[in-house]
Ligand binder design. Sequence first.
Ligand SMILES: [Zn+2]
Length: 359
Amino acid sequence: MLQLQRVPQYLWPICVHTALIATLVTRSTTATSSSDYLVGRNKTVYNPSQLSDGQFLEYSNLSDKQHLREAIKNILIPRVVGTPNHGIVRQYIVQSLRDLDWHVELNGFHDNAPILGALHFTNIIATLNPNAERYLVLACHYDSKYMPGGEEFVGATDSAVPCAMLLNLAKVLQEQLKPLQSSKLSLMLLFFDGEEAFEEWGPKDSIYGARHLAKLWQKEGKLDRIDMLVLLDLLGAPDPAFYSFFSNTEQWYMRMADLETRLSEQHLFERYVNSGVARRDPSRYFQPQALRNSQVEDDHIPFLRRNVPILHLIPMPFPSVWHTTDDNEGVIDYATTNNLALIIRLFTLEYLLGGTKAA
Ligand SMILES: [Zn+2]
């Protein structure tokens, strides 16, 4: 297990729209008992065992890089809410999952946005077992940012790559995930709509889909079914550095860090560590460090406020192309993308199939 250390502040260029680095917490403890592994709003103890060496090798060898590239290409068009392209991308996501035997539900609603006025938004909710009692939720947003000057913005990292990673996970793990079609603990993929602000980021202009869904599920009593919401955002650029943002999911974050270490030690990554593209070499993706009160606003916020455990996979600092037209295919580092997709797949399998140790 890695130990969490203090992050030197000089590592932090100031990011726009985030009030970063409020507090950095030093942690010296890692999970020592199963009671450290708590999930859901009701704090259920859940401690799936780590993947055995056999499972680890078998699952690590599963991949379909061609499919991942194709999925990215299919999503990588301007897809502002309400435009025909937005519908095309939504349909592509929905059909891809239905073809893989997922149960897909569309959660549509109306809201008013600055500049564009009344808009119809649609969250995509895909489950392997719609009647499961508990879910691990993997989430991203599929809309792209509206650019007032009419510039072409395709949002590669924001968030075409994260969406493609989730579709790729469903494709690559199709056989392994089959038992989850009838299990009490299952997997949900959530594609939020309207994450982006149309005019200026604020409580009424941003995360339209997430705000709607968190409120709806609270009313319907469905939030208690979520073990943890893992939110993927701004992925695909080289040399990302992740941090543990929330203490209540820190053990799960460390599981991801451990999987990264295990893959690295067994030389199962492509062109790992330094891509040669970024000037900074973070030496690993999952930093053994905690970053609290970072105030990064994203789709997790309405769920976080309702006490749903959150694991936020967003690099710090953000990719340098963030919210510029350069966030296009040119910024995607496929080795990094494949490596991250692999860590997320292994985490998903470990979480859902690892089995429980005696609590
Ligand atoms: Zn964005």
